[in-house]
Design a protein around this ligand. Structure first.
Ligand code: GRF
Length: 208
């Protein structure tokens, strides 16, 4: 069975979708580790399901030395689980060195926006070219820009934030009365179908 590590420090609804897909026998792999940088619901979900967890608090993001040390510890912890794939789902800390060095060829990220395959600021959609929203506030930024199309993407992780070949993305139309909450909720529904499907696809490709 292929091994999957999930990094996520939030509510863990996408982790739950992966666990449900595993239970249903359609994930094509086993979640062997869940990692968070703070105690969170994602960790509680994993513990309830009997999945090994690792919580590695990072107190000061701006202390470069401590941050590098923390990322080395993180990479060691993930490596100990020997994953074939590392999935970032609700992971909010930018990975800079050791994680990319060791897992850069097998790490994917879920992002609540449409993304191009490269660092471009424009993504081609079914409605034509649209602006790209990266970073932690992509949903808020899309609303602020008064664009008409949001979405969800899963892409290979690179050293650039939210840049990397897109494996699959799904468009989510923005409605006139949308708030950040309502839009993010609709994107979330799409994400929880998209992520397990993409992971299953990647698992399948690893078998061949
Ligand atoms: C998702 O919207 C994901 O795209 C973003 O953070 C959210 C995670 O939600 N990066 P959850 O923790 O899986 O519920």
């Amino acid at each position: 069975m292929k091994r999957i590590a999930v990094l996520g420090s939030g509510f863990g609804s996408n982790l739950q979708a992966l666990m449900d897909a595993q239970s249903a026998g359609v994930l094509g792999g086993e979640i062997v580790l869940v990692v968070a940088n703070n105690p969170c619901v994602a960790i509680e979900r994993a513990q309830r399901a009997g999945i090994p967890t690792l919580t590695l608090p990072l107190d000061d993001l701006r202390d470069h030395a401590k941050r590098a040390q923390w990322e080395a510890q993180l990479a060691d912890g993930v490596a100990a689980a020997d994953p074939d794939l590392v999935v970032l789902a609700g992971w909010m800390v930018i990975l800079r060195g050791p994680m990319l060095d060791r897992f850069g060829d097998r790490m994917i990220n879920l992002h609540p926006a449409l993304l191009p395959d490269d660092a471009s600021d424009i993504v081609i959609t079914s409605r034509g070219p649209r602006p790209v929203f990266r970073g932690a506030h992509a949903v808020r930024d899309a609303l602020a820009a008064e664009t008409d199309l949001a979405g969800a993407s899963v892409h290979w992780v690179t050293a650039q934030v939210d840049v990397g070949t897109v494996i699959e993305s799904v468009e989510v139309p923005i409605l006139p009365d949308d708030t950040e909450e309502s839009l993010h909720a609709r994107i979330g529904v799409v994400e929880r179908v998209l992520l397990p499907r993409v992971v299953a696809k990647v698992m399948d490709s690893l078998r061949h």
